[in-house]
Write a protein that binds this ligand. Structure first.
Ligand code: EPZ
Length: 417
């Protein structure tokens, strides 16, 4: 199991290139199931979760070719199975995104319940409620969702909780359903817009993506397409945080500043200098980091996937900050590890109170989930001495070679295999 070793104290400088968005690539790959024609995705990040999704699709009989430079070809000519097996789903809950496409294309699907994960129970009841409204018969037994639908029909769906993959599952199912589907209180994340763009390139009729009401007019069949995945807004935010905490000045390329407006505004509020271009950012660390309060929200609010990284930053702020996690019920696992490095954080349910600045000292720490592991790398950049981060497979699920990218910016960081 790989570890990452960071020695803190070095300011960052230079240029880093952002990879494609993991959380856009995953639904985009599943959308390829909606046609028997070839689909080509580019700017796909070569991260662990993408490989896993490739295995899920291949297990169903799709041809999946990972080419050089982030190009992935998928041809779901004829499927030999409509099952997403437990041993794959348990490693990546986003496998549940095959449910909508399989029901739309094959009229049946057998998908393992994803089960909880470190950050919360993460049920999929809203996905199932919506698909039932579209005419699917859903049974949940032996840990699997057994879904059947002779012909999905359009429906009016209201999500009482905003759900990103729930919205995506319904968009894909509705794209080939009979009639019109209206999704109200839909997720507005950029990844939703990216999926809509790809579906429309395949001949679907999706409108309103990016707003809280999406309309999908079902069509008989979808054809192949080529689609370039949007940049990863969370990787972008993670590098802004890295520069803010380590000091220095960096340029971030191949990113989309308008996809992380709330994050950039929050960084400006604490003193980070942020200059925006159309697809790049120039970041200069502040001499003094000001404290701030943040509450995670669905897009366009401050994203929960940036909460752990921001908390690390607040350990260096000159004062008290409050961080409220409103999306997931257990997304403060990084608090214990940061405290072991010297942070002063009081947890009270979904609110964490961070007192700063506290000198962080390097330690042996353990990653628990994807973004918590990123927050530990950031802490290592600011800590005195050496930090060894264990279980970096969590990191590799969603960050493409983050150690190499940070080393390219001058950080003293290496992977211990
Ligand atoms: C997506 O997860 C992302 N994953 C997550 O990123 C991200 O943290 C999350 O959205 C929130 O932005 C992918 O896109 C692959 P939700 P998702 O459904 O869709 C509750 C990362 O680090 N809920 O929007 O699973 C749920 O429990 C990952 O890259 C139900 O109650 O999240 C949560 O409290 C982590 N019933 C809230 O809604 C449901 O049927 C939001 O969850 C579905 C969700």
């Amino acid at each position: 199991m790989d570890k990452i070793r960071v020695v803190g104290g070095r300011p960052l400088e230079g240029t880093v290139r952002i990879s494609g968005a993991k959380n856009a690539s995953l639904p985009d790959l599943c959308a390829a199931l909606l046609t028997d024609e070839p689909v080509r995705l580019s700017n796909v990040p070569e991260v662990r979760d993408i490989r896993t999704m490739g295995r899920v699709l291949a297990a169903m009989g799709a041809e999946v070719d990972f080419r050089v430079g982030g190009v992935v070809d998928v041809k779901a000519g004829s499927l030999t199975s409509v099952e997403a097996p437990y041993d794959l789903v348990k490693t990546m809950r986003a496998s549940v995104l095959v449910l909508g496409p399989l029901l739309a294309r094959e009229g049946k699907a057998r998908v393992s319940l994803p089960g909880g994960c470190a950050i919360g129970a993460r049920p999929i009841n809203l996905h199932l409620m919506a698909l039932e409204k579209m005419g699917a018969t859903i049974a949940v037994e032996h840990g699997y969702v057994e879904a059947r639908a002779d012909r999905l029909h359009g429906a009016e769906i209201y999500f009482d909780t905003v759900t990103v993959t729930g919205t995506e599952n319904v968009m894909m199912a509705a794209s080939r359903a009979e009639g019109v589907t209206l999704i109200q209180n839909s997720a507005c994340e950029p990844e939703i817009e990216d999926l809509a763009q790809m579906l429309n390139a395949m001949g679907a009729k999706v409108s309103g993506a990016g707003t809280s009401e999406i309309r999908v007019e079902g069509v008989e069949r979808l054809h192949g397409a080529s689609h370039s995945v949007i940049p990863d807004r969370i990787e972008t935010g993670t590098f802004v945080a890295a520069c803010a905490i380590a000091g220095g000045e960096i340029e971030i390329r191949a990113c989309r500043p308008q996809h992380l407006r709330a994050v950039l505004d929050k960084f400006r509020e604490i003193g980070v200098r942020v200059e925006e271009g159309p697809d790049n950012l120039r970041i200069r660390a502040p001499r003094v980091i000001r404290p701030a309060n943040v509450t995670t929200q669905p897009h366009p609010g401050f994203p929960t996937d940036m909460q752990a990284q921001f908390m690390t930053l607040m350990t260096q702020a000159t004062g008290t900050s409050t961080i409220t996690e409103s999306i997931f019920e257990n997304r403060f696992m990084h608090v214990a590890e940061l405290s072991r490095m010297g942070a002063s954080i009081a947890e009270n349910g979904r609110v964490a109170i961070v007192s700063g600045p506290t000198a962080l000292s390097g330690a042996q720490v353990m990653a628990t989930d994807l973004r918590a592991s990123a927050s530990l790398v950031l802490a290592g950049l600011a800590a005195g001495g050496e930090t060894i981060i264990d279980r970096v497979y969590h990191l590799d699920r969603g960050y493409y070679r983050i150690d190499e990218k940070l080393r390219g910016l001058g950080a003293d960081i290496e992977r211990l295999t």
